[in-house]
Write a protein that binds this ligand. Structure first.
Ligand code: ASP
Length: 402
């Protein structure tokens, strides 16, 4: 795509998002009539994900040359992702302690929302077990991406050790990856309409602008705390990126199409194809894009981690339960891990929050306080999640090209 074309598309996507907000706000439920257009776009993105991830990870890892380099790059990627996630939680804790959004909330819920009941049994052993799947096809059907990435990693590592015979297999996956990326470029042209429909229909489902505003006002300070924390983290990531590569703002502009798509879909997994395409266009090393981004979209969730810390503290404040230093350290650790365990799908963070609440003995009913506005905050935290992955790719690129 030419630079001019890429600018026009960005403006079209931004116009789609703003138009969606405007139409959903004023026309309310009638916008549900165009929901199918959003679903069509989302399905088209999801259709590419499994072949794209498998081909990208295998071809990216195989092109690193040797297992030792892979180990170094993999280690640094995980280190970068875990430390920025921990930084996000820390920012969340500072903001929520300063703003105290939960004090003054009087209407407490008394029932555990149905959405979270299924995850009450989540445990860390389950998270570890979920890394390896006994059935690749079943995982693909469920969009359970982490075991698929791990399989692809192992497959690629083995591929680099079988010499001549492996070369044709590597070429096959290189080709498959190119073809999938071509499809993604085509799909990108659907983004303006898709994002318009997704946003307008979701705001319409919430009853339009006035009804939505009422819901937000009930927990206004909580929304302020989450959004402020996310903004601070977003800006810090630009600063960190600038330290490494002096191109923070230019890169942000290149990634904008992916970020607005993240806002529209509330899913970092569904956005992944566009994140990869934007990063490639921004000139990021192919190997970093193919390896670091799929891993990031699955495990790196800075926005989710920050949000979980703020939400849990908000619940404690609303129920008048004091969280001392020890409890906040537990929240810090568990929110980091719960975000790593969250899938890149809409409102996954709301569900894995159960892990954090249980760790500090807070009532699961508290989640009821957050439900009404969660779909809205989800879109912002997904943008931060995708931005976190993208900065990871740009920084790890430096290591790969050394
Ligand atoms: N929707 C988020 C994502 O896909 C996850 C979450 O925080 O719920 O990245």
């Amino acid at each position: 795509m030419s630079f001019q074309g890429h600018n026009t598309l960005l403006w079209a996507i931004l116009a789609g998002a703003l138009g969606g907000i405007f139409s959903g706000w004023f026309f309310g439920e009638s916008m549900l009539a165009i929901e199918w257009l959003g679903t069509l776009f989302l399905n088209a993105l999801k259709m590419t994900i499994i072949p794209l991830i498998v081909a990208a990870v295998i071809s990216g890892v195989a092109s690193m040359g040797n297992v030792r380099k892979l180990g170094r790059v993999g280690g640094l990627t995980v280190l970068y992702y875990v430390s920025t996630t921990a930084l996000a939680v820390l920012i969340g804790l500072v903001v929520v302690n300063l703003i105290q959004p939960g004090s003054g909330i009087t209407e407490l819920s008394h029932a555990v929302p149905e959405k979270v009941i299924t995850l009450e049994t989540a445990s860390f052993t389950n998270i570890i077990l979920s890394l390896i799947t006994p059935n690749l096809i079943a995982s693909a059907v469920e969009f359970d991406l982490l075991p698929i990435i791990i399989f692809s990693l192992l497959f690629a590592a083995a591929l680099t050790t079988v010499g001549e015979k492996g070369k044709v297999v590597i070429r096959f996956f290189d080709g498959l990856n190119e073809v999938m990326m071509k499809l993604v470029i085509w799909l990108m042209y659907l983004a303006p309409v898709g994002i318009f429909a997704l946003i307008a229909a979701r705001l319409g489902a919430a009853g339009g602008g006035a009804a939505f505003w009422n819901e937000i006002s009930a927990v206004g300070w909580y929304c302020v705390a989450v959004l402020l924390g996310l903004l601070i983290h977003f800006l810090l990531l630009i600063a960190i990126l600038h330290l490494f590569s002096h191109q923070g703002m230019a890169y942000l502009k290149s990634m904008m199409r992916a970020l607005v798509t993240a806002f529209g879909t509330a899913s970092s997994t569904a956005t992944l194809p566009l994140t990869m395409e934007c990063a490639l266009e921004a000139g990021i090393d192919k190997r970093a894009v193919k390896f670091v981004l799929p891993l990031g979209a699955t495990v790196n969730m800075d926005g989710t981690a920050l949000y979980e810390a703020v939400a849990v503290m908000f619940i404690a404040q609303a129920y008048g339960i004091h969280m001392g230093a020890t409890e906040q350290i537990i929240i810090f650790i568990t929110a980091t891990l719960a975000a790593i365990g969250a899938a890149g799908i809409p409102q996954a963070g709301l569900v894995t929050m159960v892990i954090v609440l249980t760790a500090v003995n807070l009532p699961l009913e508290g989640i009821g306080l957050l439900l009404a506005v969660d779909w809205f905050l989800d879109r912002f935290r997904t943008m931060v999640n995708v931005w976190g992955d993208s900065t990871g790719a740009a920084i790890i690129e430096r290591v790969i090209s050394d």
